[in-house]
Every structure is written in structure tokens, then in C-alpha cells.
Write a protein that binds this ligand. Structure first.
Ligand code: FES
Length: 296
């Protein structure tokens, strides 16, 4: 019931969509002028380099630190703990939160529709919380008990916002599937199945075929054929409608890049590899088999 109430509340906020689009333009305007280094930085912040989204990992630090700060502030108010403990926890959280902020807005850049709306609300709430915690730490840094009391109040308000924002972050992933590996539930042929004839696959052409119900991208390079899942791991884009440069295919939706010889992700926003298939030629028939069931 609470979930549907929140859902309705977000749906009713029409301004969130144009606001989200504006934020996405700002994020794009930061990376784009940087050219290739900007793309590399963006991929780094998505988490492409280690095969996992970076944002959900980093957010654990401020969440943990600020929870500890809340408890420490409470105990310090009874005189049984130094206020410095809460101050330190707030500082750790603030430092890590800026990493969460940057990675979060980077992931947000490629969202659309409902994802963008919920993402905009999530980002707005979390940014406000981070600013409150930053102000809280600056007040703690100043001497004076009145300033410290105000700092604790700001931290408590910030914590309530963080919990609300974290709820929406969970909604983005678990309900809307943002940054979830689109090949996580891929099933494909465990044994070799025919997918076409040798002459069907011309040099340098991208062909989409079905192998055991799985959409597969086939590319011939020289005397070899390569096959990977045709469904982009990032948000499900059809790779066969993208661009091929050498052995690198670029997704048509958000420009993630994959090496067709291995399925390896080379550029974000995708962070997961594509499942690859083993091919063999049987006479003039090409057969394919998935390399492991949950390959990606
Ligand atoms: S669907 Fe987003 S990069 Fe492929």
C-alpha cells in the first residue's frame, strides 16, 4: 500500500520529467566536450572497468557512516560518548557521498521514461540530503554547542531524506531494472543447434539469428565467425542495429561497446559482458552453442 502511494505520488509529479531531461543535458554537457577522455571517465564512473555498477557499491559507505553518526549523536546527547565520534562518521559519509553523487548522475544520464522520473526524484532527494550533511559537518567543525545542536538536527533531517531516497533507488533497480544485466536470465542452446548456412554471413556484416530462442548477433571477420547475445546488457538494445568497427560493436541506444570475439564490454554505460556462443561449421551449416548458461 505504501509502495503504491509513493508510486502514485511520483507519477503525479509531471515536472520531474523535464527536470530529469535538463539534468541529463547538464551531465552530457560535462562529458561530451572532453571527447575520448570524457568517455573513458564516464565508463570508469559507470563501473565498466570492473564489470559491475559502481554507484550501488559506493552508496553503502555514506549510508553506513550516517547510520553510525545517528547512533553516535544519540549516545553523545546522554554524555556517554564524545560528540567527535558522530562528527567523524558524518565526515566519512560526506566524503563518500560525493562519489555516490557523481556515479549516480552518470548512471542517470541514460535513463528514460519512468526510470528517468523516479531517477530524478531519487537524485533530487539524495542531493538535498548530501547538502544537509555537508552543512551539518561544517557546523560541527565550528566550535560552540548551539552550532553543534543545529548540526545534529540537520543530520537527522538528512537521514530521513536518505532513507526516502534509498527507497527510490531500490525501486529503480528492483522494479524498473535500471543498470540490471539484461542477459541475467538469458537461456540459450546447451548443445549445438543450426543457425544458418555459411553463405548467410558475409564479411563485416552484422546478422541477427535465433539460437534456441536466444537472439544472437553473428559477425564474420576473415575466415572466422563470432557470436554474442544480441541483447545489450545495459538496457536491452538490439546490437545488430548498431555499428561495427573492426571487432567492436556499438549499441544503437546508448553507445556501449562490446568486443564480438569475446563478448567483453569495452565501453559503458554497460558494465556486464555479453554472453558469447561457440560456433562450428558442419558442412555448410553453421551451428551455435552458448558458452555456459549464465555466462554474463
Ligand atoms: S541499451 Fe544502453 S547501451 Fe545498449
Amino acid at each position: 500500500m505504501i509502495a503504491s502511494l509513493i508510486d502514485r505520488l511520483i507519477r503525479g509529479q509531471r515536472w520531474l520529467n523535464p527536470f530529469g531531461a535538463f539534468v541529463q543535458n547538464v551531465v552530457g554537457a560535462i562529458y561530451k566536450p572532453l571527447g575520448r577522455p570524457g568517455q573513458a571517465l564516464k565508463s570508469f564512473l559507470h563501473g565498466t572497468w570492473w564489470g559491475h555498477a559502481l554507484h550501488p557499491v559506493i552508496v553503502n559507505v555514506p549510508l553506513g557512516a550516517w547510520t553510525a553518526a545517528l547512533v553516535a549523536d544519540l549516545v553523545a546527547s546522554t554524555g556517554r560518548l564524545s560528540p567527535g565520534v558522530g562528527d567523524f562518521c558524518v565526515l566519512i559519509g560526506v566524503l563518500a557521498s560525493y562519489g555516490a553523487l557523481v556515479t549516480g548522475y552518470t548512471d542517470f544520464h541514460e535513463t528514460a521514461g519512468r526510470e528517468r522520473k523516479v531517477g530524478a526524484a531519487h537524485g533530487l532527494i539524495m542531493t538535498t540530503a548530501i547538502l544537509l550533511y555537508t552543512a551539518s559537518w561544517l557546523l560541527r567543525w565550528r566550535a560552540g554547542s548551539a552550532a553543534h545542536e543545529l548540526a545534529v538536527v540537520l543530520a537527522v533531517i538528512g537521514y530521513l531524506l536518505v532513507i526516502s531516497g534509498a527507497y527510490l533507488g531500490g525501486d529503480l533497480v528492483f522494479r524498473l531494472g535500471t543498470m540490471v544485466n539484461r542477459n541475467a536470465f538469458t537461456t540459450g542452446p546447451k548443445e549445438f543447434v543450426p543457425i544458418g548456412r555459411c553463405q548467410d554471413f558475409a564479411e563485416g556484416q552484422m546478422e541477427r539469428v535465433e539460437a534456441g530462442g536466444m537472439p544472437v548477433l553473428i559477425v564474420r571477420r576473415g575466415d572466422r565467425l563470432y557470436a554474442i547475445s544480441n541483447t545489450c546488457a545495459h538496457a536491452g538494445g538490439p546490437l545488430d542495429e548498431g555499428a561495427l568497427d573492426g571487432t567492436i560493436v556499438t549499441c544503437p541506444w546508448h553507445a556501449s561497446q562490446f568486443d564480438i570475439t569475446t563478448g567483453r564490454v569495452m565501453r559503458g554505460p554497460a558494465t556486464f559482458d555479453q554472453p558469447s556462443l561457440t560456433l562450428r561449421e558442419h558442412g555448410d551449416v553453421v551451428e551455435a552453442k552458448l558458452d555456459g548458461l549464465r555466462h554474463a
